[in-house]
Ligand binder design. Structure first.
Ligand SMILES: [Zn+2]
Length: 81
């Protein structure tokens, strides 16, 4: 099982926050209403994603590789024991 190093509770996944850039077509209609038409979402490539414990919300990792290793290694340990 996977245990959060901060709160010691069992977790099966991490909550990831990722920065994205949202692109809209912004226009104003004849009646004065503004229109935000969603065009696209693109990941903001600044590597500030964080992976948090779903139980205590503490950030545990700041890279996908670390987060993946954490979950993978815990799964492997479970198989061995
Ligand atoms: Zn936790």
């Amino acid at each position: 099982m996977t245990v959060c190093p901060k709160c010691k509770k069992e977790i099966t996944y991490l909550v990831a926050h990722s920065t994205v850039i949202e692109t809209y077509c912004f226009s104003v209609q004849e009646n004065g209403d503004v229109d935000w038409e969603h065009e696209d979402s693109s990941p903001c490539d600044n590597n500030d994603d964080d992976f948090c414990c779903p139980e205590c919300n503490e950030p545990l990792f700041y890279s996908q590789e670390q987060a993946k290793d954490f979950l993978l290694n815990s799964a492997n340990l479970e198989k061995v024991s």
